[in-house]
Design a protein around this ligand. Structure first.
Ligand code: UGA
Length: 305
């Protein structure tokens, strides 16, 4: 199959593109190499992969003959109040609107990477897809707007699409602003970790290889117009994750308390009944094994530098 992966130099996108190529697909990546975090890390993620530099808002989008687009590009990060909002509008809403319309014209299926942050502090836990979305962060609002754009393009322009709500994905090459990546680098470098809030906030942490499996399954077998939670099986608090990583590293993390950040959900917990039933997908990686893989990758990278 011919596929395009947007955001292919990012954390999840680079794992996904590599997996598609390993399975013999004809796949290319598009990425704008934005500076949300150090673009040198994106160059490192994309090394050896066919990733073209392309801006979804400004550049021509050629999708003729493309069977499917995995749309993972976007401005990430839930801590998104303030002057940064126009960037979220551009990189998420404007970019997605253009991509979806191009895909509808070309007849390419789209798998869109949305986020558990559309739920906010959810009405029920574990949270099923039909829960009423109530995002707490401007970022989550832009992701929800993109979901609605996809559904409008489906109804009005004939777009074939599937929405995935990813729950806090982690593993080797995790985005450096995310909690587990920061904890790991603080442990490696012996620096203190800034903990926002009291550490009792919890997440359905999802290992990246599991997320990639779910994403490919959604392209191949997802119901047109369906939304699926992609969430890890075990929920963990941040304090539990810190404890597990400290044990794996054999080091003690120094923690500095900071106030809770606006936009931050207290809890995420994925109800994965629908994705199990439709796609036969279930998370396969325990938190312990996933964190070991992330730690080993970070420690090896430092050793090799
Ligand atoms: C993450 C991603 O950043 C979003 O892009 C994504 O959409 C979302 O998951 C999702 O999947 O729904 P988040 O769960 O906030 O958002 O992920 P982390 O950045 O790993 O934060 C987890 C918890 O650690 C949060 O409560 C956060 O406040 C806390 N944290 C984070 C710290 O205490 N210190 C830090 O330095 C960073």
């Amino acid at each position: 199959m011919r596929y395009v992966v947007t955001g292919a130099a990012g954390f999840v996108g680079s794992h996904l593109l590599r997996a598609l190529l390993e399975r013999g697909h004809d796949a290319v990546g598009w990425d704008a190499f934005t500076d949300y975090y150090d673009p040198a890390l994106k160059e490192e993620n994309a090394a050896g992969l066919p990733v073209e530099r392309l801006d979804l808002v400004d550049d021509p989008l050629e999708l003729e003959g493309v069977d499917g687009v995995f749309h993972l590009a976007g401005q990430p990060g839930v801590r998104s109040f303030g002057a940064v909002f126009p960037v979220y509008v551009r990189e998420n809403i404007l970019a997605t609107q253009r991509l979806l319309e191009a895909a509808a014209r070309a007849g390419s299926r789209v798998v869109f990477a949305s986020s558990s942050s559309v739920y906010g502090d959810a009405e029920t836990y574990p949270t099923p897809e039909q829960a009423v979305p109530a995002p707490l962060s401007p970022y989550g609002i832009t992701k929800l707007a993109c979901e609605h754009l996809a559904s409008a393009c489906g109804r009005e322009l004939g777009l074939d699409w599937v929405t995935l709500r990813y729950f806090t994905i982690y593993g080797p090459r995790q985005r450096p602003d995310m909690a587990l990546a920061r904890i790991v680098s603080c442990l490696v470098e012996g620096r203190p970790f800034e903990l926002y809030g009291d550490g009792s906030q919890s997440r359905s942490f999802t290992f990246v290889d599991d997320a990639v499996e779910a994403t490919i399954a959604a392209m191949e077998r997802g119901r047109a117009g369906a939304t699926y939670n992609v969430g890890g099986g075990e929920e963990a608090t941040l304090l539990e994750a810190i404890e597990t990583l400290g044990r794996i590293a054999g080091r003690r993390l120094e923690v500095v308390r900071r106030p809770r950040r606006e936009g931050d959900a207290r809890r995420t917990s994925a109800d994965t009944t629908r994705i199990r039933a439709d796609l036969g997908w279930a998370p396969a990686t325990s938190i312990e094994r996933g964190l070991e893989a992330q730690w080993r990758w970070a420690a090896d990278r430092v050793a090799a530098a």
